[in-house]
Design a protein around this ligand. Structure first.
Ligand SMILES: Cc1cc2nc3c(=O)[nH]c(=O)nc-3n(C[C@H](O)[C@H](O)[C@H](O)COP(=O)(O)O)c2cc1C
Length: 158
C-alpha cells in the first residue's frame, strides 16, 4: 500500500457515502466529499424527466461547481466514488478530476447503482485526468463489508 491514500466521493442520496466511509476504514485513508455548490434535491434527480437538472447537465456535458476544492497534492492514491447516473459518473466528478493535477498519482474508481456495472470501472473518465495512472474500478452495494473492501484494496496492490 502506498503511504498516503485519499477516498473522495460524490453521493446524492447516501449509498455511495456508505461505501466511501467503509473504504476509508479499509484503506486507512482520509475521506473527503465532492460536494456540489448547489446540492441535488427532489425532482432535480428525476432521470425520467428530460428537463430535470441531472438530464440537462448530462446532455450538456456540464461541469457543475463544487462547494469547496479538494486538494489532492499530499496523496499518492485517490479513490473516486460516485453513483452511476445514465451509466456513467455524474458530471461533478469531472469537475473534480479536472480541477487537480494527477501527475504521478493513481486513481481508482468505485460506484454504486441500481443495477448498472459498466461505468464503475472509470474508463470513461480517463480523459478528465489523462496524467493519472488509472486502476480498474468496481461497483459495490451500500451494504458491502469493510472486510470485503479490505480484500479489494489488497488485490489492487497499490
Ligand atoms: C439521475 C440518476 C440516474 C441514474 N442512472 C442509473 C443507471 O444508469 N443505472 C443504474 O443502475 N442506476 C442508476 N441510478 C441509480 C443510482 O445509481 C443509485 O441509486 C445509486 O446508488 C445512488 O447513489 P447515491 O445514494 O450515492 O447518490 C440513477 C439515479 C439517478 C438519480
Amino acid at each position: 500500500m502506498a503511504d498516503k491514500v485519499l477516498v473522495t466521493y460524490f453521493s446524492a442520496t447516501g449509498n455511495t457515502r456508505a461505501v466511501a466511509q467503509k473504504l476509508a476504514k479499509a484503506a486507512e485513508a482520509d475521506l473527503k466529499e465532492i460536494k456540489p455548490a448547489k446540492p441535488y434535491v427532489g425532482s432535480e434527480l428525476d432521470y425520467e424527466n428530460e428537463k430535470s437538472r441531472v438530464n440537462v447537465e448530462h446532455a450538456a456535458d456540464a461541469r457543475p461547481q463544487m462547494a469547496a476544492p479538494i486538494d489532492i497534492g499530499a496523496y499518492d492514491v485517490v479513490f473516486v466514488g460516485y453513483p452511476l447516473w445514465f451509466g456513467v459518473a455524474p458530471q461533478i466528478v469531472r469537475t473534480f478530476l479536472e480541477s487537480q493535477d494527477f501527475t504521478g498519482k493513481a486513481i481508482v474508481t468505485f460506484a454504486t447503482s441500481g443495477s448498472s456495472v459498466e461505468g464503475a470501472n472509470g474508463e470513461h473518465l480517463h480523459d478528465s485526468a489523462p496524467k493519472a495512472t488509472w486502476k480498474t474500478g468496481r461497483r459495490f452495494t451500500p451494504d458491502v463489508s469493510v472486510e470485503d473492501l479490505d480484500q479489494w484494496v489488497k488485490e489492487l496492490d497499490l
